[in-house]
Design a protein around this ligand. Structure first.
Ligand code: WT7
Length: 667
């Protein structure tokens, strides 16, 4: 079996075999790229993407906005499909593994996918969808997701994908923001052996909005009738197979994807066409070392940026094969993923630490019997990966043979920006790696002053900003400026990090009121808005606590409305949790609810979540002087102490006094 890594000292490095097959193996590339990043990216744009018209200006910056490849024209779907047809038309572009074990796996060649995309693009045009219109997509992991997305890019429509587990309100808000006329959804999907109905949420969420037509993928055989509805595949079959790819400007918006920030309403992050294409192509190629014989499996859902860039777009731009799986990782048991890898000879596998931690708790025999020798590169994304999870992933999944690339990036960055490259390394647990060639990150203090190497601070990006970076917040200039440009000349990532002398970056996590629950990004404010919307709640505060599998989970402190008393009992707690489920979706469910009389507040009325966090961690809260109601802290302390540890999977912090350090221990 080929070994792609070797251990030297305490670090892993690419082996000679890996160096041989790697697209990039000389670390000089970093210095070379940074000498003239614009020239570097222009070279990549030229080599990686087919342009209808070459750009006039490589990079133009008028902060807080910037443009890449200005004047250039291209079509994104052409780059994912048409240009591969001569050379690899009969190659499998997409493999779809349905959840039901006996159901036939669907494989689409580049030719077949191209035909479906053209046909569906004609369906959309027939419904009046034009260049620049927003189309809402609310689909589970089915092939129609990529067909719909690519069809939009073919005609220059802007897709806005909404995660299928999101609730009605979330869908509605996103439809309303984009004013979509067409919604693409499914009757449902399979999850843990059961049919989950999606169409009801889709109907409810589009009620009273701009949606005129709903295209429905028939997945679970649920009858849907009414003039508003069309059957996705029946319409597709009827349509013409010829569809000209519309030539788009490099800086034309290609898609919007909503993500959570510090304030309540999710922001529509805008990605353009040319810059995004360049970054998706090259990061997928270099990070996962994609070649013609590669099969990539990224386990992310299409509702997230990872699902856009590394499930579909990166591999297809590269002419690779990509795989999607409909269902749950533990159905019918926890060997499912590993069997999929074995059966489909997956070579590049990309998942999140939360999934790894889930598998770590399950019997090892589930993975032992599976042949994972096809794997070459393993990726991790979404949150910092801890030592234990890294080692388990490396040994049990990679058999100690494969590099782990810990890729740091965000919805806003479009593609990975910090990682080790498989042919260069090193691969170090808990260290994400270096900034991608041509990208420069530094660490600054709260005033934007650069910190010394090795010091913790705010992770920011320097100009020129990577080509895949966002190009604004949909219809909200103010939010764009406030959220990302507080340091004026630097892009603010909202993450904390340490950068050492060799250029390696360790990410420590978000510095704003955003938490990562099982890799999903959730804002404190979004959760609080939801809970405050419950009729028996007067006000609340939400803070994250560490969790063994999910990384973090939300905990809510709730003040009940007058007349409801101070203790609503277990039934009301359940009701509040279900209210969150209904408004935001199941991932947002609070793991624990505490009834309190009062929340610690400053004189100006700001809730001090920091104090609540300290109390949950059993640490002495600081800064009580600024509070208008310090007595609230004592009350909450008592409530928390009498119940800490009751939450499922909660990691308790234990202070080891003699060593004077905090260690995490599992309950
Ligand atoms: C936030 C962005 C990137 C696509 C999926 C998540 C955290 C992401 C890592 C990593 C440590 C990471 C950051 C970032 N994050 N990757 N490898 N190591 N933290 O995208 O939902 O926009 O979340 O995820 O905190 O800001 P997202």
């Amino acid at each position: 079996m080929v070994k792609y890594v070797v251990k030297k000292g305490d670090k892993y490095w690419p082996s000679a075999e890996m160096k041989k097959i790697a697209w990039v193996s000389d670390e000089k590339i970093y210095a070379k790229a940074l000498k003239n990043p614009v020239k570097f990216w222009e070279g990549l744009a030229d080599e990686g993407i087919d342009w209808d018209k070459k750009w006039d200006v490589g990079y133009e910056e008028k902060l807080p906005y910037f443009k890449w490849f200005k004047g250039g024209k291209l079509n994104f779907s052409y780059n994912c499909l048409d240009r591969h047809l001569d050379e690899r038309g009969d190659k499998i572009a997409l493999t779809f593994v349905p959840e039901p074990v006996g159901e036939k796996v669907v494989k689409l060649t580049y030719k077949e996918l191209h035909e479906k995309v053209c046909k569906f693009a004609n369906v959309l045009q027939g419904l009046g969808v034009k260049k620049g219109d927003v189309v809402s997509i609310y689909l589970p992991m089915v092939p129609e997701a990529v067909i719909a997305m690519l069809a939009c890019t073919r005609i220059g429509a802007i897709h806005s994908v909404v995660f299928s587990a999101f609730a009605v309100d979330a869908l509605k808000k996103r439809i309303e923001d984009g004013k979509a006329k067409v919604l693409i959804t499914a009757d449902g999907y399979y999850r843990r052996g059961k049919k989950v109905v999606l169409i009801d949420k889709a109907i409810e969420g589009s009620k009273g909005t701009t949606i005129k037509k709903i295209l429905v993928v028939n997945r679970i055989g649920k009858k849907v009738s009414g003039r508003k509805f069309l059957d996705f595949n029946k319409e597709l079959e009827k349509a013409d197979a010829e569809c000209k790819a519309v030539s788009m400007k490099s800086e034309d918006p290609m898609f919007i994807l909503y993500t959570s920030g510090t304030t309540g309403k999710p922001k529509g992050v805008i990605h353009d066409t040319g810059g995004y294409a360049v970054q998706a192509y090259w990061t997928a190629k270099w990070d996962f070392n994609l070649h013609d014989d590669d099969v990539m499996w990224c386990t992310a859902d299409v509702g997230w940026i990872t699902g856009h860039t590394y499930v579909f777009y990166g591999p297809l731009l590269n002419g690779s094969s990509t795989l999607i799986y409909e269902g749950s990782p533990d159905f019918p048991d926890t060997s499912r993923w590993w069997k999929i890898i074995e059966k489909n000879k997956v070579t590049a596998f990309y998942t999140a630490p939360t999934a790894i931690r889930m598998f770590m708790r399950n019997p090892e025999k589930m993975i032992k019997g599976c042949d994972l020798s096809s794997l070459r590169v393993l990726g991790s994304v979404g949150e910092p990966i801890d030592n234990d999870a890294w080692n388990w992933y490396f040994e049990k999944v990679g058999g100690g043979r494969c590099p782990i690339i810990d890729t740091w990036w965000q919805t806003e960055t479009g593609g990975t920006l910090i990682t080790a490259l498989p042919g260069i390394g090193p691969f170090i647990p808990t260290v994400a790696g270096k900034s991608f060639p041509g990208v420069d990150h530094i660490i600054v203090d709260h005033k934007g002053k650069e910190k010394k190497k090795g010091e913790l601070g705010f992770l920011v990006q320097k100009s020129p900003f990577a080509p895949g970076m966002l190009h604004g917040v949909y219809k909200n200039h103010k939010k764009y400026v406030e959220t990302y440009w507080r340091f004026k000349k630097y892009y603010d990532t909202s993450d904390g990090a340490i950068l050492n002398k060799e250029g390696f970056i360790r990410i420590t996590g978000r510095t704003d009121d955003v938490m990562k629950v099982a890799g999903h990004r959730l804002a404190t404010a979004e959760l609080e808005d939801s809970i405050n919307g419950h009729k028996k709640v007067n006000e609340c505060a939400v803070v994250p606590i560490p969790h063994e599998v999910k990384g973090q989970v939300p905990v809510a402190f709730v003040v009940l409305s007058s007349g409801s008393g101070n203790d609503g009992g277990e039934a009301l707690k359940k009701d509040i949790i279900m209210h969150v489920d209904k408004t935001l979706g199941p991932t947002a469910r609070p793991a624990m609810i505490y009834y309190v009389k009062d929340l610690p507040k400053t004189r100006s009325g700001k809730i001090m979540r920091r104090i609540l966090k300290s109390l949950l961690a059993k640490e002495e809260p600081k800064g009580l002087m600024t509070l208008v109601n310090p007595s609230s802290v004592e009350e909450i302390k008592g409530i928390v102490e009498s119940s800490v540890g009751k939450e499922k999977g909660n990691v308790k912090k234990k202070v080891v006094k003699d060593k004077k350090k905090v260690v995490e221990s599992k309950k």
